[in-house]
Structure formats: C-alpha cells, structure tokens
Write a protein that binds this ligand. Structure first.
Ligand SMILES: Cc1cc2nc3c(=O)[nH]c(=O)nc-3n(C[C@H](O)[C@H](O)[C@H](O)COP(=O)(O)OP(=O)(O)OC[C@H]3O[C@@H](n4cnc5c(N)ncnc54)[C@H](O)[C@@H]3O)c2cc1C
Length: 522
C-alpha cells in the first residue's frame, strides 16, 4: 500500500501561527499535519500544574481556530515520544519533521534525543529552527548580545495563507485534565492562553499600561497592571520574541517621532527597560541551553554541600503555605497560589528568603515556584533561582529584608491585606513586623501574633548574618574565585566587562566572583 506523504509540524513551546518558521516551511512543501502531543510523563512531573495545562489547551484552541481559517487542522495525541510518531509513521509517510528548538528541562532534552534517534533510523529529516535569541551549540558567549540584535532585526517569517491537510488522518481530540491526572485548579484570575490574548496583552502594554512600567514594576500593588504580563505568552510561544521586539521598536520609533516631542519621556525610559528584559529572557535561557545540568546542580560547583544536608521540611511547608510570619512573604506566596503570577522583585525576595533565611536548598523550592508560575520557563527559572540562592558564584548576593519590602513597596498594606486577611486591621506602622505590635494593640485589632498570625519563622538579622557568613566563607576561597572565572566565561553577560575576561591579577579574579550578572533589579 502506498502511504500518503505528510509534512509534520511538531508543536512544543510555540503555540502560534505567526512568525512560525516550521509552519511556513511545511506549508510550502505539501500536505501538513500540525501536531501537539500531551506527554503523560512530562505532566506527571512535580513542576507541571493544571494551570499550565489549561493555558496550553486555551492556546491550542485559539491556534486551531486560526489554522481552520487557512484550511488547516490541529492534531492532538496523548502519549510518549517517539511512540506517537512511530504510530503515525505506520499509516503515513512523514517526509519531514519540523519544529522549533526547545531549551527545556532534562525530560524534554532526553525525549528530543530519542526523537532524533528515531528520525535518523527512518531517514526522516528533522528540521529545527531557533525561535528566539538562544544559540544552539554556542562556542563562546562573546558577541552574544550582537547576535541577539541581529536575530531580532531579521525579517519576520510570513504567515502561511493556506495549509493543505491530508485525507484520512485521525485528528484526535483535546484531552481532559483528569486524563493526565490533573485535578481542576482552585486558582482565580489566571491569564488566558492564546495568540490573540498575547497580542491584546502586548497592545495594551505598548499603548497604555507600559507608561508606568519603570515606576510600577517593583511593587506587587502596581506591577500586575504596569508590567507587560507577557511572560506566559512568551514561555508557551503564543507570541514570538522577534515579533514582540518588532512591535516594541515600532512603538519606540513612533514616540521618538511624535510631533514636537509631544510625549512624556517616561514612555521611552519604560520601554527601554522593557527592551533590556526581552534580551535577558534569552540571556538566561542560554545558560540552560549551554549547561542543561544547572537544572539539578549548582552552577558554581564549589557550593555543592552548602545546603544539601540542612533541609528543614517544616520550614519548607510554612513557606509554601504562606505562614512564615513575614507579611510580604506570606502575601506573595498566597497571591501566587491563587493567581500564578508575581513580579520579579517579589520572586527574587521569595527565593532569597527560602534559600538564605530558611536555608533551604534551591531545588525543592524552585520546583514549588515553577508549579505556581504560569510562565514557567526552565532556562530563566533555574538560573534565577540559583542566582537568588548565591550558587552561581558570579552574582551579587542579595538577601532581602522582608520588612523593608513592605515599607518600600506596600506601605499601606493594600496587597498584604488582600492576601493575608488576618492582618486586615493591623495599623500600617506594624505591618512590616506585626510581632512588634504591643500586646494591647494586638488584642485591640484582633490579631494576636502566635494565635491569629504566625510568629516569625526565623529572626531576620540572625538568619541574614548566618547565611552571609556561610556563603562568604566559600566565596572568598581561591577555588571559588577560579570557579567564578569559569562560570563567568561560560555564562556571564559581557556587557561592559570585557577587560575582566583576561584577568591579570588575583584581585581581578576576586572581583569577578562579586560580579553582578543581573544588571538592575526590577
Ligand atoms: C526566582 C525567579 C524565577 C523566575 N522564573 C521565571 C520563569 O519561570 N519564567 C519567566 O518568564 N520569568 C521568570 N522570572 C523572571 C521575571 O520575574 C518574569 O519574567 C517577570 O516577572 C514576568 O512578568 P512580565 O511578563 O510582566 O515581565 P516584564 O517585566 O514585563 O518583562 C517582559 C519580559 O521580559 C522577560 N524578563 C523580565 N524579567 C526578566 C528576568 N529577570 N530574567 C529573564 N527574563 C526576564 C520575561 O520574558 C518577561 O515576560 C523569574 C525571576 C525570579 C527572580
């Protein structure tokens, strides 16, 4: 029997039709099947959540509508890979397999290797295209930023206007969450998936919300509105990095050319900060691309053993539940559990608090946060979690005071009172540290610390000092300095730092170990 030939587009974290090279290439070549595979083993991983599943389903439904407008159709399977491909290849002749390159976790990396082996055995060319600034098989970090710009300025891939589909293909159906053992989510106010929502979100940011981006990004009160909120769309590929960058550049141009400079300069400064962050997205992903082991191991191996043997399950559970006795930590953890998003500064504080104040190894806490971040992007996530834990060896160690974060970013408790109702009546001046409230005030406002709200899980100053001493004891060692040099050469941002790539003196090397690879904080 002669099999029908098909082009196969394998969808991963690229759930869109526009600026999608695999779609474009396949549609030029013949009957095309666009396939998304729900892999049960991936969905069983502790970092995957029902909210991710719902977002992906919404994105696929949107994509399916867009495909039908050009005569195409979306195929869905539940199964492991390459088994699903093996099955399809029994009935159809797959002439080419197209996908985007993926910088995923260890599971997807191993699965890609299995798919590559299978494709090789069958003689099926697997064409993988980059979809952002991450470079596969990168030889050196030198020149990376310039390459990012070149990629972003390259023309967008045209959107196909017609997709021919094969006859007799079993298109499958969208699974229910329970088929992947995912219970319905209790979360509310989640962002909705899909290319059209991504586009609306970027439009509203560039036209209205972005004006206060720089000023509003750090506070949990204002960031929900003032940050772009593009992260889940970029993480699951509902919009491409290049088209985001392109629309940003157009808006910047429009503002610069406004007649008589009739715009508020805050617009341009906000958009410039946003632009840097788009590059950071790929900068952090590049680290995982270059060193997949950083998902599991300390980036700087001299920190191995630092926290591994001290894991305190009770502290971990109180942190997870938002019951640490530090209002900003508790409000953020509860907000995350409810909405799956929190701004950068608060993420950094949560992670740093878990690693430094509670002295918990970053791996279990990173997994918990990944589950609660709708935008979970392994390359950014694991690198950032390690950065906040002091295990990269090349970043400034930041240990936040959770009380100061209240004073700086929620002085009247708008956010804290929303998520920690026990503190509803606590006067503003005691909100940073409710345990310092006089006992008569505690009874008066109906919030007795230790009964209605937890006493602090650890004492800030003591925990801070202890963490600082333990980390610095390692950081000052010669082996840490040498290791910092290795890490910097492999992963460090080269911006303004080229002279130190060739350190001449030991003091240069020591300086390297104190380098801040993160630029300014959000
Ligand atoms: C511990 C920790 C874990 C994180 N995990 C993730 C993650 O899993 N996925 C994720 O997308 N971001 C992660 N971030 C980075 C950052 O917090 C989020 O990208 C940002 O809060 C998302 O909101 P936004 O889209 O409104 O961001 P905006 O401020 O509007 O930024 C626009 C885009 O730039 C990128 N970006 C912004 N800040 C950073 C940054 N510091 N590093 C890298 N890229 C950045 C994101 O793609 C973001 O969508 C993490 C940060 C920390 C401290």
């Amino acid at each position: 029997m002669i099999k029908t030939t098909i082009q196969m587009v394998w969808l991963k974290r690229d759930l869109r039709l526009s600026d999608h090279r695999p779609f474009w290439e396949a549609c030029q070549s013949g009957p095309t099947v666009a396939l998304y595979v729900f892999e049960p083993q991936l969905w069983a991983m502790p970092e995957m959540d029902r909210s991710h599943f719902d977002f992906i389903v919404q994105s696929l439904e949107d994509l399916s509508r867009n495909l039908s407008e050009i005569g195409g159709r979306l195929a869905i399977r539940i199964g492991e890979l390459p088994d699903v491909f093996v099955d399809i290849a029994r009935a159809f002749d797959i002439t080419e397999l197209y996908s985007h390159e993926e910088t995923g976790n260890g599971f997807t990396y191993d699965r890609d290797r299995r798919v590559a082996r299978w494709a090789r055995q069958l003689g099926i060319p697997w064409k993988q295209f980059p979809q952002n600034g991450v470079v596969r098989a990168l030889k050196s970090r030198n020149g990376w930023a310039g390459n990012w710009q070149t990629r972003m300025n390259a023309p967008l891939t045209p959107t196909p206007t017609r997709m021919v589909i094969p006859d007799g293909f079993d298109w499958g159906r969208m699974p229910q969450g329970k088929e992947l053992s995912l219970a319905p989510t209790q979360k509310i106010n989640l962002q909705i998936g899909g290319e059209s929502k991504a586009s609306e979100t970027l439009d509203s940011f560039l036209s209205i919300r972005g004006f206060n981006y720089r000023k509003g990004m750090s506070s949990p009160v204002t960031s929900r509105e003032n940050c772009s909120r593009l992260s889940p769309y970029l993480a699951w590929g509902c919009i491409s990095m290049k088209s985001t960058h392109r629309q940003l550049a157009t808006r910047q141009q429009e503002l610069r050319e406004a007649p008589g400079g009739s715009f508020d300069s805050r617009w341009l400064s906000s958009l410039s900060s946003f632009s840097s962050r788009l590059a950071w997205h790929c900068h952090f992903m590049q680290k995982l691309e270059d060193e997949p082991e950083l998902e599991f191991h300390n980036i700087s191996r001299v920190y191995d053993g630092l926290r591994e043997n001290d894991f305190n399950q009770e502290r971990f559970e109180l942190w997870q539940a938002g019951k640490t006795g530090y209002p900003m930590i508790d409000a953020c953890m509860r907000a995350l559990a409810e909405t799956s998003w929190i701004n950068f500064r608060m993420r950094a504080m949560l992670m740093s608090f878990a690693s430094n104040h509670l002295w918990l190894h970053w791996r279990p806490t990173a997994i918990h946060l990944a589950k609660h971040f709708l935008d979970f992007e392994p390359g950014i996530h694991f690198s950032q979690c390690q950065m906040q834990s002091g295990t990269t060896g090349i970043n400034t160690i930041r240990i936040y005071s959770p009380a100061k974060q209240v004073i700086d970013h929620d002085p009247t408790g708008v956010f804290i009172r929303q998520y920690v109702p026990e503190l509803e009546q606590v006067p503003n001046k005691y909100l940073p540290e409710p345990h310092r409230m006089p006992l008569d005030v505690q009874s008066q406002v109906g919030c007795v610390v230790g009964r209605d709200y937890p006493t602090p899980i650890v004492e800030h100053r003591k925990a801070y000092k202890s963490a600082q001493e333990k980390i610095f004891a390692i950081r000052q060692s010669n082996s840490a300095v040498e290791e910092a040099k290795r890490v910097f050469i492999k992963h460090g941002s080269r911006k303004k730092r080229d002279p130190l790539l060739k350190p001449k003196k030991v003091s240069d090397l020591r300086q390297l170990s104190l380098f801040d690879d993160s630029d300014d904080l959000g």
